[in-house]
Design a binder for this molecule. Structure first.
Ligand SMILES: Nc1ncnc2c1ncn2[C@@H]1O[C@H](COP(=O)(O)OP(=O)(O)O)[C@@H](O)[C@H]1O
Ligand SMILES: [Mg+2]
Length: 213
Protein backbone atom coordinates (compact mmCIF):
# COMPACT_ATOMS: atom_id res chain seq x y z
CA UNK A 1 0.00 0.00 0.00
CA UNK A 2 1.28 3.47 -0.73
CA UNK A 3 0.99 5.96 2.09
CA UNK A 4 -1.78 8.06 0.50
CA UNK A 5 -5.36 7.47 1.64
CA UNK A 6 -6.83 6.90 -1.84
CA UNK A 7 -6.58 3.75 -3.91
CA UNK A 8 -4.27 3.48 -6.87
CA UNK A 9 -5.27 0.87 -9.47
CA UNK A 10 -3.44 0.34 -12.74
CA UNK A 11 -4.61 -1.71 -15.69
CA UNK A 12 -2.09 -3.32 -18.01
CA UNK A 13 -2.05 -5.60 -21.02
CA UNK A 14 -1.46 -5.64 -24.77
CA UNK A 15 -3.30 -3.51 -27.30
CA UNK A 16 -6.85 -4.72 -27.74
CA UNK A 17 -6.99 -6.51 -24.39
CA UNK A 18 -9.90 -4.29 -23.37
CA UNK A 19 -8.16 -1.89 -20.97
CA UNK A 20 -10.13 1.20 -22.04
CA UNK A 21 -13.39 -0.75 -22.07
CA UNK A 22 -12.80 -2.14 -18.58
CA UNK A 23 -11.67 1.21 -17.17
CA UNK A 24 -14.96 2.82 -18.12
CA UNK A 25 -16.98 -0.05 -16.63
CA UNK A 26 -14.89 0.09 -13.46
CA UNK A 27 -15.28 3.87 -13.24
CA UNK A 28 -19.08 3.50 -13.37
CA UNK A 29 -18.96 0.87 -10.62
CA UNK A 30 -16.68 2.92 -8.35
CA UNK A 31 -18.76 6.07 -8.81
CA UNK A 32 -21.91 4.07 -8.01
CA UNK A 33 -20.23 3.34 -4.65
CA UNK A 34 -20.09 7.09 -4.03
CA UNK A 35 -16.31 7.37 -4.50
CA UNK A 36 -14.43 10.00 -6.47
CA UNK A 37 -12.78 8.27 -9.42
CA UNK A 38 -9.99 9.74 -11.53
CA UNK A 39 -9.38 7.95 -14.84
CA UNK A 40 -6.08 8.65 -16.51
CA UNK A 41 -3.52 7.05 -18.83
CA UNK A 42 0.15 6.63 -19.63
CA UNK A 43 2.11 7.92 -21.29
CA UNK A 44 0.22 11.16 -20.69
CA UNK A 45 -2.46 12.20 -18.24
CA UNK A 46 -1.49 15.87 -17.92
CA UNK A 47 -1.07 18.50 -20.67
CA UNK A 48 2.74 18.36 -20.47
CA UNK A 49 2.83 14.56 -20.33
CA UNK A 50 0.37 14.33 -23.25
CA UNK A 51 2.80 16.39 -25.35
CA UNK A 52 5.50 13.85 -24.53
CA UNK A 53 3.02 11.08 -25.45
CA UNK A 54 2.67 12.48 -28.97
CA UNK A 55 6.44 12.34 -29.38
CA UNK A 56 6.75 8.87 -27.84
CA UNK A 57 3.95 7.25 -29.82
CA UNK A 58 3.67 9.18 -33.08
CA UNK A 59 7.08 10.61 -33.92
CA UNK A 60 7.95 9.62 -37.51
CA UNK A 61 10.52 12.09 -38.86
CA UNK A 62 13.87 11.22 -40.45
CA UNK A 63 15.63 11.31 -37.08
CA UNK A 64 14.73 8.15 -35.14
CA UNK A 65 13.90 8.12 -31.46
CA UNK A 66 16.50 5.83 -29.91
CA UNK A 67 15.58 3.27 -27.25
CA UNK A 68 17.30 5.24 -24.48
CA UNK A 69 15.53 8.44 -25.53
CA UNK A 70 12.17 6.68 -25.65
CA UNK A 71 12.69 5.30 -22.16
CA UNK A 72 13.66 8.67 -20.68
CA UNK A 73 10.72 10.43 -22.36
CA UNK A 74 8.37 7.83 -20.89
CA UNK A 75 9.88 8.28 -17.43
CA UNK A 76 9.74 12.07 -17.75
CA UNK A 77 6.05 11.87 -18.65
CA UNK A 78 5.51 9.51 -15.69
CA UNK A 79 7.22 11.79 -13.18
CA UNK A 80 5.10 14.73 -14.36
CA UNK A 81 1.91 12.66 -14.26
CA UNK A 82 2.51 11.32 -10.75
CA UNK A 83 3.41 14.67 -9.20
CA UNK A 84 0.78 16.75 -10.98
CA UNK A 85 -2.22 14.43 -11.05
CA UNK A 86 -1.95 11.02 -9.39
CA UNK A 87 -0.36 11.86 -6.02
CA UNK A 88 -2.69 14.84 -5.33
CA UNK A 89 -5.76 12.74 -6.23
CA UNK A 90 -4.66 9.93 -3.89
CA UNK A 91 -3.96 12.45 -1.17
CA UNK A 92 -7.53 13.71 -1.23
CA UNK A 93 -8.82 10.12 -1.09
CA UNK A 94 -9.80 9.44 -4.71
CA UNK A 95 -9.64 6.13 -6.50
CA UNK A 96 -7.19 6.56 -9.39
CA UNK A 97 -7.55 4.24 -12.39
CA UNK A 98 -4.58 4.40 -14.72
CA UNK A 99 -4.53 2.87 -18.22
CA UNK A 100 -0.95 1.47 -18.31
CA UNK A 101 1.78 2.41 -15.80
CA UNK A 102 5.32 1.28 -15.03
CA UNK A 103 4.71 -2.40 -15.77
CA UNK A 104 4.28 -1.39 -19.43
CA UNK A 105 7.80 0.06 -19.30
CA UNK A 106 9.12 -3.22 -17.92
CA UNK A 107 7.22 -5.24 -20.55
CA UNK A 108 7.83 -3.05 -23.63
CA UNK A 109 11.23 -1.47 -23.01
CA UNK A 110 12.56 -4.32 -20.84
CA UNK A 111 11.24 -7.61 -22.20
CA UNK A 112 10.53 -6.54 -25.80
CA UNK A 113 13.28 -3.94 -26.41
CA UNK A 114 15.70 -5.93 -24.18
CA UNK A 115 16.84 -2.98 -22.06
CA UNK A 116 18.42 -3.67 -18.67
CA UNK A 117 15.64 -4.61 -16.23
CA UNK A 118 17.55 -3.30 -13.21
CA UNK A 119 18.02 0.10 -14.85
CA UNK A 120 14.32 0.19 -15.66
CA UNK A 121 13.43 -0.69 -12.09
CA UNK A 122 15.59 2.16 -10.79
CA UNK A 123 14.12 4.65 -13.26
CA UNK A 124 10.56 3.54 -12.55
CA UNK A 125 11.11 4.00 -8.82
CA UNK A 126 12.73 7.40 -9.36
CA UNK A 127 9.83 8.59 -11.55
CA UNK A 128 7.03 7.50 -9.20
CA UNK A 129 8.71 8.84 -6.09
CA UNK A 130 7.06 6.30 -3.76
CA UNK A 131 3.67 6.34 -5.48
CA UNK A 132 3.25 2.64 -6.30
CA UNK A 133 -0.01 0.97 -7.41
CA UNK A 134 -2.03 -0.79 -4.71
CA UNK A 135 -3.47 -3.16 -7.31
CA UNK A 136 -2.57 -3.91 -10.91
CA UNK A 137 -5.00 -5.73 -13.17
CA UNK A 138 -3.23 -7.52 -16.00
CA UNK A 139 -5.63 -8.26 -18.86
CA UNK A 140 -4.04 -11.20 -20.62
CA UNK A 141 -4.72 -11.98 -24.25
CA UNK A 142 -2.95 -13.53 -27.23
CA UNK A 143 -1.49 -10.55 -29.13
CA UNK A 144 -2.99 -11.74 -32.45
CA UNK A 145 -6.43 -11.77 -30.89
CA UNK A 146 -5.82 -8.31 -29.48
CA UNK A 147 -4.80 -7.02 -32.92
CA UNK A 148 -7.95 -8.42 -34.47
CA UNK A 149 -10.02 -6.57 -31.91
CA UNK A 150 -8.32 -3.25 -32.56
CA UNK A 151 -8.37 -3.52 -36.36
CA UNK A 152 -11.83 -2.03 -36.59
CA UNK A 153 -11.13 0.60 -33.95
CA UNK A 154 -7.88 1.70 -35.58
CA UNK A 155 -9.44 2.18 -38.99
CA UNK A 156 -11.51 4.91 -37.46
CA UNK A 157 -8.52 6.39 -35.67
CA UNK A 158 -6.26 6.37 -38.73
CA UNK A 159 -2.60 5.53 -38.28
CA UNK A 160 -0.90 2.95 -36.07
CA UNK A 161 1.49 4.20 -33.38
CA UNK A 162 5.18 3.22 -33.13
CA UNK A 163 4.45 0.28 -30.84
CA UNK A 164 1.56 -1.12 -32.86
CA UNK A 165 3.86 -1.16 -35.90
CA UNK A 166 6.27 -3.58 -34.16
CA UNK A 167 6.11 -7.23 -35.29
CA UNK A 168 4.31 -10.13 -33.65
CA UNK A 169 7.48 -11.41 -31.93
CA UNK A 170 7.77 -8.05 -30.16
CA UNK A 171 4.19 -8.28 -28.93
CA UNK A 172 4.66 -11.88 -27.80
CA UNK A 173 7.66 -10.72 -25.75
CA UNK A 174 5.50 -7.96 -24.25
CA UNK A 175 2.92 -10.52 -23.18
CA UNK A 176 5.57 -12.79 -21.67
CA UNK A 177 7.01 -9.79 -19.86
CA UNK A 178 3.68 -8.90 -18.29
CA UNK A 179 3.18 -12.51 -17.17
CA UNK A 180 6.68 -12.57 -15.62
CA UNK A 181 5.87 -9.43 -13.64
CA UNK A 182 2.70 -11.09 -12.33
CA UNK A 183 4.75 -14.10 -11.20
CA UNK A 184 7.29 -11.83 -9.49
CA UNK A 185 4.69 -9.68 -7.70
CA UNK A 186 1.62 -11.87 -7.13
CA UNK A 187 0.26 -9.73 -4.28
CA UNK A 188 0.01 -6.60 -6.40
CA UNK A 189 -0.50 -7.94 -9.93
CA UNK A 190 -3.60 -10.01 -10.68
CA UNK A 191 -4.01 -11.71 -14.04
CA UNK A 192 -7.48 -11.69 -15.58
CA UNK A 193 -8.16 -13.49 -18.86
CA UNK A 194 -9.36 -10.90 -21.36
CA UNK A 195 -10.93 -13.47 -23.70
CA UNK A 196 -14.31 -13.54 -21.99
CA UNK A 197 -17.15 -11.09 -22.66
CA UNK A 198 -16.64 -7.51 -21.39
CA UNK A 199 -19.32 -8.08 -18.74
CA UNK A 200 -17.66 -11.26 -17.39
CA UNK A 201 -14.22 -9.65 -17.37
CA UNK A 202 -15.73 -6.75 -15.42
CA UNK A 203 -17.24 -9.13 -12.84
CA UNK A 204 -13.85 -10.81 -12.34
CA UNK A 205 -12.25 -7.41 -11.77
CA UNK A 206 -14.94 -6.50 -9.25
CA UNK A 207 -14.11 -9.67 -7.30
CA UNK A 208 -10.55 -8.41 -6.96
CA UNK A 209 -11.89 -5.20 -5.43
CA UNK A 210 -14.23 -6.78 -2.91
CA UNK A 211 -12.13 -5.84 0.10
CA UNK A 212 -10.57 -2.72 -1.36
CA UNK A 213 -13.20 -0.21 -0.20
N1 LIG B 1 -14.02 -8.70 -23.74
C1 LIG B 1 -14.10 -8.27 -25.02
N2 LIG B 1 -14.49 -9.10 -26.00
C2 LIG B 1 -14.56 -8.68 -27.28
N3 LIG B 1 -14.26 -7.43 -27.70
C3 LIG B 1 -13.85 -6.55 -26.76
C4 LIG B 1 -13.74 -6.91 -25.37
N4 LIG B 1 -13.30 -5.84 -24.67
C5 LIG B 1 -13.14 -4.85 -25.57
N5 LIG B 1 -13.48 -5.25 -26.82
C6 LIG B 1 -13.42 -4.48 -28.07
O1 LIG B 1 -12.08 -4.62 -28.55
C7 LIG B 1 -11.57 -3.37 -29.00
C8 LIG B 1 -10.36 -3.00 -28.12
O2 LIG B 1 -10.77 -2.72 -26.77
P1 LIG B 1 -10.08 -1.58 -25.91
O3 LIG B 1 -10.84 -1.48 -24.64
O4 LIG B 1 -9.96 -0.35 -26.75
O5 LIG B 1 -8.66 -2.26 -25.68
P2 LIG B 1 -7.29 -1.59 -25.16
O6 LIG B 1 -7.64 -0.30 -24.49
O7 LIG B 1 -6.71 -2.61 -24.23
O8 LIG B 1 -6.43 -1.44 -26.38
C9 LIG B 1 -12.70 -2.36 -28.88
O9 LIG B 1 -13.31 -2.26 -30.16
C10 LIG B 1 -13.64 -2.99 -27.85
O10 LIG B 1 -14.97 -2.63 -28.07
MG1 LIG C 1 -6.99 1.65 -24.80
Amino acid sequence: MNSAKGLFITIEGPEGAGKSTQLQMLRNYIESQGKECVVTREPGGTPVAEQLRMLIKHHNGDEPIYDETELLLIEAARAQHVKHLIAPALKRGAVVLCDRFYDSTTAYQGYARCMDLEVLHQLNCFAVNGCHPDLTILLDIDPEKGFNRTAEREETLGEHDRFELENLEFHKAVREGFLEIAITEPERVKVVSASDTPENVHLKIRELLINAF
